[in-house]
Design a protein around this ligand. Structure first.
Ligand code: C2E
Ligand code: CA
Ligand code: CA
Ligand code: CA
Length: 279
């Protein structure tokens, strides 16, 4: 059975997990996943396309269910959002990612300051005092605000634009950078790119994976517009040297994708950082 998840997105449940009983079971299990230590983070390098070096990481949540194994993260996030569990999970992700980045800064003092990007879902944005939460996490972990980036989707920012603008401005006052995620999908709106206080635009991998002439022109347009608005561009989903070359030619500043590294665990990040690779 397939479940419709918004425009054009189909989520196929894993075999053996199709019925609502199993779904309910997953919801119950997810509510205990934090305390049982079943959640973890993977970190995907973000690379400067000019220097070729790692400048930061995106934190991505993973859930290893004791019986069902790894739950696809789209499915995990969908359940978390429907049940409201995204609020405690989101806080856990934020705390864990900030703590981890602080450890890496101490462990690799010779590296340039690194940043960590954390995905924020709409419920988290609307239902919690995100500004207070982030202020507290930054204090507790002693992480300067300018080492943290928040990845928000456009649809989220659409829901209550004036409230969103006020909140984003407060976050920016903490030094936190705001990134518009999944750009180029759904109802991307160029006026919104101009009006919202965001620092970075992240071009969705769907545009890069089929970089035909049309998408190439589209991406070039997004990059040019972002630059004219003094915003930085990150392109995700870079898998081939050819894609990398095309993006470099457009003066796109940052990239992320399997060509550099998939999301990896802590030990693998430490390996990468000690080798300081460049592409
Ligand atoms: P996203 O924010 O768009 O994250 C990028 C996704 O693309 C990640 O999938 C990443 O593993 C994948 N990816 C990276 N490079 C490549 C590539 O070169 N090729 C391909 N094909 N894929 C690539 P992942 O980790 O499965 O996460 C899926 C989505 O789940 C994320 O999409 C994000 O929307 C959501 N998500 C993940 N972690 C969190 C979290 O902690 N909080 C919230 N609210 N959402 C999260
Ligand atoms: Ca993201
Ligand atoms: Ca994306
Ligand atoms: Ca996303």
């Amino acid at each position: 059975r397939a479940k419709q998840l918004g425009r054009g997105r189909l989520e196929i449940f894993r075999p053996g997990m199709e019925d609502s009983g199993n779904r309910l079971r997953l919801e119950t299990d997810l509510s205990r996943a934090i305390e049982r230590g079943e959640l973890s983070l993977r970190y995907q390098p973000i690379v400067s396309l000019t220097s070729g070096q790692i400048v930061g990481f995106e934190a991505l949540v993973r859930w290893q269910h004791p019986e069902a194994g790894w739950i696809p993260s789209d499915q995990l996030i969908a359940i978390a959002e429907e049940t409201g569990l995204i609020i405690p999970i989101g806080l856990w992700v934020l705390q864990t990612a900030c703590q981890q980045l602080c450890r890496w800064q101490k462990q690799f003092p010779d590296l340039q300051p690194l940043t960590v990007s954390v995905n924020v879902s709409s419920k988290q944005f609307i239902q919690t005092d995100l500004v207070a939460q982030i202020t507290q996490v930054l204090q507790e972990t002693d992480l300067p605000g300018n080492h943290l980036k928040l990845e928000l989707t456009e649809s989220l920012l659409m829901e209550s634009e004036s409230a969103a603008i006020a909140m984003l401005s407060q976050l920016q006052e903490l030094g936190v950078q705001i990134l518009m995620d999944d750009f180029g999908t759904g109802y991307s709106n160029l006026a919104r790119m101009r009006n919202l206080p965001t620092d970075v635009v992240k071009v969705d991998k769907s545009l890069i994976q089929s970089l035909d002439a049309q998408n190439l022109a589209f991406v070039r347009g997004i990059v040019a517009l972002a630059h004219s608005l003094s915003k930085t561009v990150v392109v995700e989903g870079i898998e081939t040297q050819e894609q990398l070359a095309q993006l470099r030619e457009m003066d796109c500043a940052y990239g992320q994708g399997y060509l550099f590294s998939p999301p990896v665990d802590i030990a693998q990040v430490e390996n990468l950082l000690s080798q300081s690779p460049h592409w």
